[in-house]
Design a protein around this ligand. Sequence first.
Ligand code: GLU
Length: 478
Amino acid sequence: MSKPVRTRFAPSPTGFLHVGGIRTALFAYLVAKQADGTFILRLEDTDKKREVEGSAEHLIESLKILGINYDEGPDKPGDLGPYRQSERLETYQKWAKKLIESGRAYADPYTPEEVQVFREDAQKNKLPFLYRNHRPENPVAWDGSKPLRFKSDPKGYKWNDAVMGDLSTGPEVIDDFILIKSDGYPTYNFAHIVDDAEMNISHVIRGQEFISSTPNYLNLYEALNLDRPILATMPHILNETGNKKLGKRDGAKDVLDYIKDGYLPVALVSFIATLGWNDGTEQEIFTRDELIEKFSLDRVGRSGAHFDTRRLNWVNGHFIRQMQIDGLYNASEKYWPDEAKSSDESYKKQVLGLIQERLKFLSEIPELTRFFFKDLPIDLSLIESNKQLKKIDKPELADLLSQSVKQLEQSDFTSADIQTKLNSLLESTNQKPAVLFSIIRVATTWSPASPALADTLAVLGKDKAIERLNKSIAALSQ
Ligand code: GLU
């Protein structure tokens, strides 16, 4: 029987979670869930200098909001915890002793200055600097005041990475690395190997930055007599325009900021899953259940995937359009402009119904809806910047609006009847829709964008629409 699937996400609490981190977590979650396995959160908090206060809570909140739920973690103890590395120091000591006893670890005797001299010597001789060329002949017993270093066994490796395929390296990349620092904390290189073994991790799914160290990890698995887990390396996420790794400067945002901007968790999950993965078809949007069913590591691309905000907006818009109006209304609660505070639910739902089709993310709501709640100031630049309207004199525009008022006063103000009146106005004024409808649209909203004209007028209501038309006529007649 094959080993139960146990995967982990192992962030260091040094900041927020951006899409790259979330993607690693999501893939590890999907691999576990599709095999009825266990997904674990382990906090790798052994680098006290880099730790950022509040970051662990922030990471946990990000995973929870996206529904990347772990079965075991710091706040969800299982049998193989604790799940914070800083609470596991005794375990690392125990495994370090095994290595000392088998002659595979030694106290590093050198000061940083001495190491610098070795480094410069190697440079002078055009040789790569390797610690293992300077192993002390008679190492002192390790008392914790010095770093503990791994005594490696240089050799070549061939191994398979579930994403990157068959890889190989020569002995020159194997070196003696630090296992436990002089502050008593283990390095990532040592701690993750110990923890993955103790926590029965079946798949190590992580970012590309660790691939060059992998041969050293393989060396350590052997020294500890451990079976190596399945290794899967995620390629970088690249910025939108170039081929550089997506970084803070390219707007690599905290995933919680996307939530604040009104991106839906389902959309973010679907979008992030398809950053570098597809199911072999043209399908671009996936529900969580589909992802659990269809995801596979061997369909993750080996080269970097480009982050694409337009695609994210498109995916989010798709999920917004699929929502029932009640669901969308509940999701929209925090996003209404101040002017909408006193409006009732049914009016706001009508407004939402009009913009649902084009809404990309919920924080666009104020900009797209403000004129439904408030008379916006008359802004003649909207006419001057309109290709069709700028060609026509203001009195003539005012006249078109006066004729519109006359027609619309006779409407029952259902959207269908408004459309009929607008059509007969086209005939009676002998104007193009691009002129007539644009001036009515501008004069009733004074907003650069609005939904379909008849629908917009119907939701605004007869009194408001006629009042705004009359005010606009006055402004254009001055
Ligand atoms: N603590 C490492 C990081 O945050 C985790 C790498 C791993 O998943 O093993 O990058």
